[in-house]
Write a protein of this length. Structure first.
Length: 291
């Protein structure tokens, strides 16, 4: 049985990369689905798959986050992992697709859940913005904030893994990108994406560009609706598999599930490590080689 991957919005479910990539379930908001229906749907997922890993953005409404925790509590299930992510919406959608790919591999549910933290370090998520005046999720200098109010300004911003900001047209290089082979996914909002596909993609030497719809949460996350969001990612399942396999596996001292890194994805308990032994942190120590 595979581990079910779930999200809080249908636009976080990107098209599959191959016929083996399963889709993701969608946990609807309280306004769109009564609690009884949410409980029934979740119970079906648990019966079909055994474990459910739910990923959701940090911008999700408080009501929807409470719903997720309520479903888990009422079902009294320790087989539901709730993973809040600080990635921008499109970057999170990429991470969700990668976990969907891994969910049908021979990894245990605990490893799949804790792999989210590891793989997020390899997602280069950013956006082209017309203003950074209301951007509060990436460090922005006062000078950039002032320029953000100037008509016609455009900024290229990278939220992670290393936050960056450059003014388009004045950058020495577009943005410091990945040193390993990636593909680029692009979602155009109320701003043309020619700079992303014509300047950024060649500079990052991406192996292909895919255009998708802009997630609904993107405007709120970036502080403006005039944007084009992008994310570079590792597309090859064999590389993802090798990356996750290379990290030492441990057993959670609280719930007993396998994990990688220093925290269980299901019960959130930190890894208990004897003083005379070290362990893998789950953060990248290097990068996959460029294909």
């Amino acid at each position: 049985m595979s581990t079910a991957i779930a999200v809080t919005s249908a636009d976080l479910v990107l098209p599959p990369v191959d016929q083996q990539t399963p889709t993701a379930a969608v946990f609807q908001s309280p306004q769109d689905q009564p609690l009884e229906a949410a409980l029934a749907d979740t119970q079906v997922l648990l019966e079909q798959h055994g474990f459910v890993v739910v990923l959701y953005p940090s911008t999700v409404s408080a009501a929807q986050e409470r719903r997720l925790h309520a479903v888990r509590a009422i079902l009294e299930s320790d087989r539901i992992a709730l993973l809040k992510s600080d990635l921008p919406p499109l970057g999170l959608a990429v991470l969700v697709r990668q976990l969907r790919q891994l969910s049908v591999c021979d990894f245990s549910p605990g490893v799949v859940a804790s792999a989210a933290r590891l793989l997020s370090h390899y997602v280069y998520a950013g956006a082209l913005l017309n203003s950074v005046a209301k951007l509060d999720r990436v460090p922005v200098s006062l000078k950039a904030h002032l320029k953000g109010w100037m008509p016609g300004s455009q900024f290229a911003v990278l939220a992670g893994p290393n936050p960056q900001l450059v003014k388009v047209g004045q950058e020495a290089r577009p943005l410091a990108g990945p040193e390993f082979g990636t593909r680029l996914v692009v979602a155009k909002g109320q701003l043309g994406g020619d700079w992303v596909t014509g300047t950024l993609a060649p500079a990052w030497k991406v192996q292909g560009v895919q255009e998708v719809a802009l997630p609904a949460e993107s405007a709120r996350w970036w502080g403006t609706g005039k944007l084009t969001e992008f994310a570079a990612f590792l597309p090859d399942i064999s590389v993802l598999y090798q990356l996750v396999s290379s990290v030492r596996r441990e057993k959670c001292h609280w719930c007993g599930l396998e994990l990688i890194g220093d925290r269980c994805g299901f019960c959130t308990s930190p890894l208990h490590v004897p003083e005379n032994r070290t362990h893998a942190s789950g953060a990248p120590h290097g990068a996959p080689g460029r294909s």
